[in-house]
Design a protein around this ligand. Structure first.
Ligand SMILES: Nc1ncnc2c1ncn2[C@@H]1O[C@H](COP(=O)(O)OP(=O)(O)O)[C@@H](O)[C@H]1O
Ligand SMILES: [Mg+2]
Length: 357
């Protein structure tokens, strides 16, 4: 059994009559790196602010180590938040910025010095003690913000899009740094991002959210390989999502052709969403595929070719290591276990399947 450190129980929150979180329940385990992933405006920051104590839920409870902290103010929670816009004090040195919380707690000078030194080393910023924040790059300022959080030894670190303001190369570097810091300090990280590749890279578990509702929870591989609905499939990487009819167990009709799959338990002839990843489609001679179409686009992406094939008006996305020519007639094949069948949103079965795995 995983050890639960934090629990949200039926959290509801609206602003101006608009629902932002709809009955959210989730358990967060001690020492995991968990990412809340979803498009802008889906309620991620609101969820984090409720955990941090900056926002009160309309109903529902927040439990921390089994204790109800819903009405406890932020500074009394063993949590620390790092925001995208690291609010460092501009007139303080780096060391004084990091020491701020410890000074408030009236720690001794020796203890403060030692902890500041450790924190600077942890974020690879030794030697920057006396610098002012405005003389640092964005990435360095964010490291200081993280050091300032870590030095207070919170049990949980909340990070709200902390790398959002950095350019891609620096962001990727900081992702690795954060993973290393996480390993070294061994505390729980709750990380918010709208960037799916960031979530897949860094997390032990991902919570995919849309419109204030958890769509799926699980480890990165299960989220990527087995998305539970078309939203998750589309949001996590590129996918082909096409209407199908589930004839019977393991037999789905796609664009008029019967195709063998591995999914079972659907109603006879239930309309479904069929999801196939671009890298799982194989280009074959026309008669060898389950459908055939015309190549309309071929773009070289370095490791593979990004190809579009038009089949009766639907543009299939395919990633292939071998090139084809625009105008070629080709077939498309897919292994049965690379076909994901999903209930249509709103169908009775789709409503009950937020499964944690
Ligand atoms: N204090 C607030 N007052 C009014 N509306 C808010 C407030 N905070 C957030 N919202 C609204 O709630 C929705 C979710 O916001 P947010 O949690 O910030 O989303 P995300 O972090 O996923 O982008 C948005 O529509 C936003 O405008
Ligand atoms: Mg946000």
């Amino acid at each position: 059994m995983p050890d639960t450190i934090l629990e949200l129980k039926s959290i509801k929150k609206s602003f101006d009559g608009k629902t932002v979180l709809e009955d959210m329940s989730v358990e967060i385990y001690r020492n995991e790196f968990i990412t809340v992933l979803g498009p802008s405006g889906c309620g991620k920051s609101t969820m984090l602010r409720i955990i941090g104590g900056f926002e009160k839920p309309d109903s529902g409870r927040v439990l921390f180590n089994g204790e109800d902290i819903t009405d406890i103010p932020p500074n009394k929670r063993s949590l620390h938040t790092v925001f995208q816009h690291y609010s460092l004090f501009p007139h303080y040195s780096v060391a004084d910025n990091i020491a701020f919380g410890l000074k408030l707690k009236k720690k001794s000078k020796e203890e403060i010095n030692e902890k500041v030194k450790y924190a600077l080393k942890l974020v690879n910023m030794e030697g920057y003690e006396n610098r002012r924040p405005d003389s640092l790059s964005g990435g360095q300022q964010q490291r200081v913000a993280i050091a300032r959080a870590i030095v207070n030894e919170p049990e949980v670190l909340l990070l709200d899009e902390p790398l959002g303001a950095l350019d891609l190369k620096l962001r990727m570097e900081m992702q690795r740094e954060l993973m290393r810091i996480k390993r070294e300090v061994g505390i729980t990280f709750i990380y918010v991002t709208h960037d799916q590749s960031e979530a897949l890279t860094m997390s032990d578990r991902i919570i995919v959210m849309n419109k204030g509702i958890i769509q799926q929870m699980g480890d990165p591989k299960s989220i990527y390989d087995e998305p539970q609905n078309a939203f998750v499939a589309d949001f996590i990487g590129e996918s082909n999502i096409i209407d199908g009819i589930m004839h019977a167990d393991c037999l789905v009709k796609i664009q008029g052709k019967d195709v063998v799959c591995v999914d079972t338990g659907f109603a006879p002839d239930e309309p479904v969403d069929v999801v196939i990843r671009p890298e799982d489609l194989v280009i074959t001679p026309p008669e060898k595929g389950f459908i055939e179409g015309i190549v309309t686009e071929v773009v070289y992406e370095g490791a593979y070719y990004d190809i579009r094939v038009n089949v009766e008006g639907y543009e299939w996305k395919i990633q292939n290591v071998k090139p084809v020519m625009c105008g070629d007639k080709v077939g498309l094949a897919v292994a049965p276990d690379n076909i994901q069948i999903m209930h249509k949103p709103g169908s009775e079965d789709a409503k009950i399947t937020v499964r944690d795995k």
